[in-house]
Design a protein around this ligand. Structure first.
Ligand code: IVH
Length: 699
């Protein structure tokens, strides 16, 4: 490479890495795999190593990727007392040995550095005894927690390593993070009066799948993996939503020097005793062989874990050695990460199909030459959307890399350009719906194209019927094959037609006997007892998933009340933002929807919240409007249930007609200000309890 080529390549790499940092840390939507990212970074590190005069302060090798939000928007930016560093990493066991040897050298242990993984050093003496702690590298987002006298006072994201975003309000809603520790003197090894501890906030695979199901139901793009879901959740503006998403946390680094703690192993044990969640999957290794055994074990077993891991972190155990080893600009020299390769396969892209979902969203799907990957044969993989295809310049006939991440459906992550056949052309994305021919549309800011022909596009119609019948909605027996026949024989072109089915009409179905007819009709009859929140969910109003339907049902009490609610009234309901309120208004303003609702009403579906669903216990708070804020000794859900059980209503924001502002600890300051300005009666949890237990006290 000649000199200007090197400079060009360095510039190119810097630009690409900085761009990918933004996708990863700020947008929580990575465009390339971690492995591809690490390859770019490594190339840059090597070039800069060869040509140190080309290193500039803005190089991504000199600072860590930043997750900071745009200034002045949502979170306060706070300087870290101790910078939050990153970790050097490797995918290679030989490099791990280099790491070990560097440490041996630096601490001036016997001059006989290991050159292999044999149990003895070259002179036959036992290998130097450096102890390492091996921990899982959990794939989430880093958090720095500050405690004062055992009380959680602040939580900061890593940010750019120097400044972090203050996400305390959200972190208070993560159940596994202690907000108040037992008194320090109850421990043999007390915690310091002020200390900082760091860890990883993660989302379990099971929560991740549930969340994505909800997102898909609501027509929102799903998260790519549990890491993005955790990082995205931590930056939400609704602490209630953070609580619902049930994040987890594991701590791994006690930052503050603490009497009696001299090693990483002791620090983890002390943190566990103080009440912090510490991963059980850790090991104190007495030599580098034990380290490699741990790596090999977890490379195989990691898929059994409930949370995503992308490697193992190896840390020198002894804190005095940490001081001796020090750090580079970005990472400590006493630790490194050994990363697992995401399992990849290479195959050929044969063709691309376009699927049309219930909401009209288009998903391109790759048809591949079958290839074996992590235990299954893969024939199809997701291509996400038009931008992704363009970004990777994926063309028909290309040799492509596919990967399975935390998600179940494999995805195409790149192209082997060296194997591109001659005469290929850039991929032409479709302009019209593959099912009904309608020109596709794409809303500003949306990644996916969609077909606007809601009432005439077959997969959208069938998708609505399928959603209506699904287990969590009306729970009507029958799968896609039945829906296909009902639709093609003109027996059901909308969910409302299902209730007009008769034994006579069903006779035309193929492979269908009288028993099947009996079962289907019995199931349709039983669906008339399905509760109102589920009926509301079954209607398929955009963005109204299961949870939103429950809130709406509870708040409005009946479908009529919901239909008659104005945009403003909808926005006042708990957890309903502008986007959902608008979708509900639009839904009810379409006569095709209201006609279907009339037919459902005649069929006898439940359109009202019954007493038992709300578990009403008294009318004490009848007509009273509450707004609640902060944390309580009871869970928030419990407090809300108590209010509704006594006939009250819970609203999202303080307004002139709020009766009570019920405050816990850490009340939202803007709500408090508004409540004071509007002269709303402010009560605490005790006041509230006496209100429902001894009503005369406050009325
Ligand atoms: S130690 C100076 N331990 O990996 C200490 N990090 O690439 C640096 N991570 O920012 C962190 N599990 O978000 C450490 N057991 C573990 C970890 C861990 C996950 C994350 C953490 C860090 C990133 C570094």
């Amino acid at each position: 490479m000649n000199k200007s080529r090197e400079a060009d390549r360095i510039r190119e790499l810097k630009q690409a890495i900085n761009q990918h940092n933004k996708y990863y840390y700020v947008l929580n939507a990575p465009q390339i795999s971690d492995f591809e990212y690490d390859l770019l970074l490594r190339e840059l590190i090597e070039l800069e190593h060869q040509f140190p005069h080309l290193i500039t302060a803005d190089s991504p090798t000199q600072h860590i990727g930043s997750d900071l939000s745009v200034p002045g928007t949502s979170f306060q930016r706070v300087r870290h007392k101790t910078p939050m560093l990153s970790l050097s990493n490797t995918y290679d066991k030989q490099e791990l040995l280099d790491f070990h040897n560097r440490i041996l050298k630096a601490v001036a242990a016997p001059a006989t550095a290991d050159t292999t993984f044999a149990t003895t050093a070259t002179d036959g003496a036992p290998a130097a005894a450096i102890e390492y702690v091996c921990e899982l590298k959990l794939d989430g987002t880093a958090i720095c927690l500050s405690y004062q006298n055992g009380h959680l006072v602040r939580a900061l994201t890593r940010g750019d390593g120097t400044y972090g975003d203050d996400v305390t309000a959200n972190v208070l809603r993560i159940a596994s993070i202690p907000t108040q520790l037992p008194p320090a003197d109850t421990f043999a090894l007390p915690y310091p009066a002020q200390f900082e501890i760091r860890g990883e906030i993660v989302m379990s695979f099971s929560r991740f799948r549930e969340l994505n199901e909800i997102k898909e139901e609501q027509g929102e793009p799903p998260f790519a993996n549990p890491r993005n879901a955790a990082a995205g959740t931590l930056k939400l503006l609704s602490a209630e939503e953070v609580e619902r998403r049930r994040l987890d946390c594991y701590v791994y680094h006690l930052v503050t020097e603490t009497d009696g703690i001299q090693t990483q192993w002791q620090a983890l044990e002390a943190a566990r005793q103080w009440g912090f969640p510490v991963s059980e999957q850790r090991k104190l290794c007495h030599n580098i062989q034990e380290v490699t055994e741990f790596l090999e074990l977890w490379d195989k077993k990691r898929t059994d874990l409930p949370v995503a891991t992308d490697g193992i972190v190896i840390k020198v155990n002894d804190f005095t050695l940490h001081k001796k080893l020090g750090m580079t600009a970005k990472s400590p020299r006493w630790a490194t990460a050994y990363k697992f390769q995401a399992e990849q396969a290479v195959t050929r892209l044969l063709s691309v199909d376009f699927q049309v979902g219930r909401t009209g969203a288009i998903t391109p799907v790759a048809n591949l030459e079958p290839v074996f990957l992590s235990g299954t044969t893969v024939k199809r993989a997701s291509l996400h959307n038009a931008d992704q295809i363009a970004l990777h310049d994926i063309r028909l006939g290309d040799t492509v890399f596919i990967e399975k991440g935390g998600e179940i459906i494999p995805k195409v992550v790149g192209v082997d350009l060296g194997l591109r056949p001659q005469g290929t052309h850039p991929f032409q994305y479709i302009q019209t719906c593959p099912e009904c021919g309608t020109p596709l549309e794409r809303d500003a800011g949306e990644a996916k194209h969609f077909c606007p022909n809601r009432w005439g596009c077959p997969p959208q119609i069938k998708g609505r019927i399928s959603h209506f019948m699904s287990r969590k909605a009306m729970n009507i027996l029958g799968g896609d094959a039945l829906i296909e026949q009902l639709y093609s024989k003109d027996l059901a072109t909308s969910p409302a037609d299902l209730y007009d089915l008769t034994p006579h009409k069903l006779e035309v179905l193929e492979n269908w006997g009288t028993k099947s007819t009996e079962n289907l009709l019995a199931s349709l009859a039983a669906s008339k007892n399905v509760s109102f929140p589920r009926v509301l969910y079954a209607l398929g109003i955009p963005y109204v998933g299961e949870t939103t339907a429950k809130y709406l049902a509870e708040h409005f009490g009946s479908l009529r009340a919901l239909q008659n609610a104005s945009f403003e009234e909808l926005k006042e309901a708990p957890e309903i933002g502008e986007k959902i309120a608008l979708a509900i208004c639009q839904f009810f303003s379409d006569s095709r929807n209201t006609e279907a609702i009339e037919r459902f009403r005649q069929a006898g579906l439940s359109f009202e919240q019954t007493q038992s669903q709300a578990q009403k216990v008294s009318d004490l708070l009848e007509g009273k409007r509450f707004v609640i804020s902060g944390t309580f000794t009871r869970s928030r859900e419990e407090v809300k249930n108590l209010i509704t059980a006594h006939g009250g209503k819970v609203l999202a924001s303080v307004s002139g007609n709020t009766d009570y502002f019920l405050t816990g600890e850490k009340v939202g300051p803007s709500k408090m200000k508004k409540a004071t300005e509007l002269n709303v009666l402010i009560i605490n949890e005790n006041d509230f309890m006496s209100l429902i237990e001894r009503p005369q006290t406050l009325f």
